[in-house]
Design a protein around this ligand. Structure first.
Ligand code: PMP
Length: 360
C-alpha cells in the first residue's frame, strides 16, 4: 500500500530531450540541473577504464576488495567497516531494506533528498518529515520526533536541495540524543566540496556512536556520476547487515577501477573544489546584481529564490537552452536549484536569466 503513495524521482531534463523539444543544437544547451561535476573526468580514470575494457565478459569482484582496501587506507578504516554501493543511492536503499518495514518509521527533514521518502515508502515503512528551520535541518526537532517505531534517521550535510549545513557541535548534540537502536544515516554526498570549512567530518564520530553510518559518493567531487559508485562507512556489525541484503554484484567493474583511480588523483579533487568555489562566487555575484536572494550553500549547487512561482522562469530558461532544476516538488515553488558549472556555463545561465527577468 505505501508504494501507492509514492511519487517517482524526477531527474533533470535530458539535453537530448530539450534539443528535440525546442529545435536547439545539443552543443548550445547548458545543463546545470543534476549537481554533476562540470570538469571532464580525470585522465587517470579514463586510462584505468580503457585498460579494464577487455574484462567486460567477467563479473565484477563481488567483494570490491581493491576499492575497499584503498578507501580503508585513505580514511584509516578497516575494510570490514565499508559497504560499496551502486551510487550512494544504493546505500540508502540497502539501509531501508534492512532496517525498515511496515509498522516502522524513518525520520528526515522537510526540503531534503527525494530518495529518503522513496526508499522508506518502498519498504512499507512510514515517513516522518520534520519541518525545516531556515531551510536547514532542525536537528533538535528531528531527535524529538523519535518514537518506539523509529528505526532510521536520514540527515544530509550539506543538504540537497538547499545546500544548508550543520556544525560539529550540532551533530554531536544530536547524536547524543538518538537511542542506539535507531540508525543515523549521515549523507555526505557533497562533503568533499565543504572540506576545510566548519562542517564536521562524519567519520570522526564513528568511534563514539555505533549507530552511525556515513554515506559518500564518487558522483560529485570525484566526477563519476555516470558509473554509479558510492560507499558507506559504519561499524563492522552494520556493514555486515547491509552485506546480507545487497545484490551480489552491485558495483560494476568499470566503476571499481575508476573509483580506485579517482582516489589516486587528489589534484582532480582540488580542481573540482576550486572550480566550485569560484563558480559559487560567480553565481552569488550574479544573483546580487539581479536583486535575487538565495540560500547560502556548501554543495555544488545553489537554490535561488524568485519570491514568486519559478516555473514560468524555468520554462523560459529551457527555451533558451538552459536546464536548471525546479524544486516545487520539494515544497519550494519559488526557487530554482542551479548546479555550479564551468565559468562559461555559469555565465550562459546568468545571461539567460538576466534576459528572462528583463522581459517581465
Ligand atoms: N544523497 C544526496 C543528498 C544527493 O543529492 C544524491 C544525488 N543527487 C545522492 C545521495 C545520491 O547520489 P549517487 O547515487 O550518485 O551517489
Amino acid at each position: 500500500p505505501s508504494v501507492q503513495e509514492l511519487s517517482p524521482y524526477v531527474p533533470g531534463k535530458p539535453v537530448e530531450e530539450l534539443a528535440r523539444e525546442f529545435g536547439l543544437k545539443e552543443s548550445d544547451i547548458v545543463k546545470l540541473a543534476s549537481n554533476e561535476n562540470p570538469l571532464a573526468p580525470s585522465s587517470k580514470v579514463t586510462a584505468a577504464i580503457t585498460e579494464a575494457l577487455p574484462d567486460l565478459t567477467r563479473y565484477p569482484d563481488g567483494s570490491g576488495f581493491a576499492l575497499k582496501e584503498k578507501l580503508a587506507h585513505r580514511f584509516n578504516l578497516e575494510t570490514e567497516q565499508i559497504t560499496l554501493g551502486n551510487g550512494s543511492n544504493d546505500i540508502l536503499e540497502l539501509v531501508a531494506r534492512a532496517w525498515l518495514a511496515p509498522g516502522r518509521n524513518a525520520i528526515f527533514s522537510e526540503y531534503s533528498f527525494a530518495v529518503y521518502p522513496i526508499a522508506t515508502l518502498a519498504s512499507g515503512a512510514e515517513c516522518r518529515q520534520v519541518p525545516a528551520k531556515n531551510y536547514g535541518h532542525d536537528l533538535e526537532a528531528m531527535a524529538a520526533a523519535i518514537d518506539d517505531n523509529t528505526r532510521v534517521i536520514f540527515i544530509a550535510n550539506p543538504n540537497n536541495p538547499t545546500g544548508t549545513w550543520f556544525d560539529q557541535a550540532a551533530l554531536n548534540a544530536f547524536l547524543r540524543k538518538v537511542p542506539n537502536n535507531v540508525l543515523v544515516v549521515l549523507d555526505e554526498a557533497y562533503i568533499e566540496y565543504a572540506e576545510q570549512s566548519d562542517l564536521p567530518d562524519g567519520m570522526d564520530f564513528l568511534s563514539r556512536y555505533s549507530n552511525l553510518l556515513v554515506s559518500r559518493t564518487f558522483s560529485k567531487a570525484y566526477g563519476l556520476a555516470a558509473l554509479r559508485v558510492g560507499y558507506a562507512v559504519s561499524s563492522k556489525e552494520i556493514a555486515e547487515v547491509l552485506n546480507r541484503v545487497r545484490q551480489p554484484f552491485n558495483v560494476n567493474s568499470l566503476a571499481f577501477v575508476a573509483a580506485c583511480a579517482a582516489l589516486d588523483d587528489q589534484e582532480y579533487l582540488e580542481r573540482s573544489r576550486t572550480m566550485n568555489n569560484q563558480g559559487m562566487q560567480q553565481l552569488e555575484e550574479g544573483f546580487k546584481r539581479l536583486g535575487l536572494s538565495w540560500i547560502p550553500s556548501r554543495g555544488n549547487f545553489i537554490a535561488v529564490d524568485f519570491q514568486r512561482d519559478a516555473s514560468p522562469i524555468n520554462q523560459e530558461l529551457l527555451q533558451k537552452g538552459v536546464i536548471v532544476r525546479p524544486v516545487a516538488g520539494y515544497g519550494m515553488p519559488t526557487f530554482l536549484r542551479v548546479s555550479i558549472g564551468t565559468q562559461a556555463e555559469n555565465q550562459r545561465f546568468l545571461d539567460a536569466l538576466t534576459e528572462v527577468l528583463k522581459q517581465d
